[in-house]
Design a protein around this ligand. Structure first.
Ligand code: HEC
Length: 201
């Protein structure tokens, strides 16, 4: 059986603009290179446990994210989110996410969430953060194009909330997402991991 560590794992990433505190830094020296089936099997084992960890944050916007639509076929490694394996979810308001690059501008109330985990070469599995973007009311946050960014650690503690606690810790989120200003700051799912519209229903 795989065990998920409840250790808070911080923004361990290849991007050195991200500041880390020693407590939050857990180096995965040798991340495992998982095949699609393997990544999927591990996720199926830990998904409920991961979600319970994030739920401790009591962040209403993501409390039921596992019931939302998922847009990737299997967890995939995200170089920009600390080389973790991630999944993409979108709530009902954000349903146009299914159109990927043609989604247009998301309406207020849209929430996108990515849960994540890491796997070492030795096969140890660790819960990793939940990355969240919430579209706020028009004009609510001009600096971030009305997107709110949240990063919730695996134990439910809040690493940062662009609208609240430790806002400076998550400024790097929008700085990078700005590259996609022409598609409402969204990057979407890498093509080789996309579910077709019918599959993700
Ligand atoms: C260095 C660039 C970079 C940084 C920093 C970054 N992201 Fe992302 N983000 C991406 C890319 C690229 C994707 C597309 C999927 C992937 O490859 O990870 C993405 C996808 C997402 C998505 C899914 C919605 C979408 O864009 O399709 C969410 C939610 C998200 N990121 C949240 C965050 C949060 C929260 C932070 C900060 C804690 C953050 N991101 C920091 C590049 C970045």
């Amino acid at each position: 059986m795989l065990l998920v560590s409840s250790l808070p794992i911080g923004a361990q990433t290849t991007d050195d603009t991200i500041r880390l505190t020693p407590k939050q830094h857990l180096t995965i020296e040798n991340p495992a290179d998982l095949g699609k089936a393997e990544a999927k099997a591990i996720y199926e084992d830990i998904a409920a446990q991961l979600a319970r960890g994030y739920a401790a944050s009591e962040q209403d916007v993501v409390v039921d994210y596992r019931r939302w639509r998922i847009f990737n076929d299997t967890p995939y490694r995200s170089a920009t989110h600390g080389n973790r394996y991630i999944n993409n979810f979108a709530n009902g308001r954000a349903r146009s996410y299914s159109r990927m690059e043609n989604a247009g501008v998301m309406p207020p109330g849209s929430v996108l969430a990515k849960d994540s985990f890491t796997v070492t070469e030795e096969g140890k599995v660790f819960g990793a953060p939940l990355f969240v973007m919430e579209k706020l009311a028009t004009g609510a946050s001009p600096k971030t194009a009305d997107w709110r960014y949240l990063m919730i650690l695996a134990d439910g503690s809040l690493f940062g909330d662009s609208r609240g606690q430790n806002a400076d810790q998550v400024e790097f989120c929008h700085s990078c997402h700005t590259q996609k200003a022409d598609q409402d700051y969204l990057f979407f799912v890498p093509r080789e991991f996309r579910l077709s519209a019918e599959q993700s229903e």
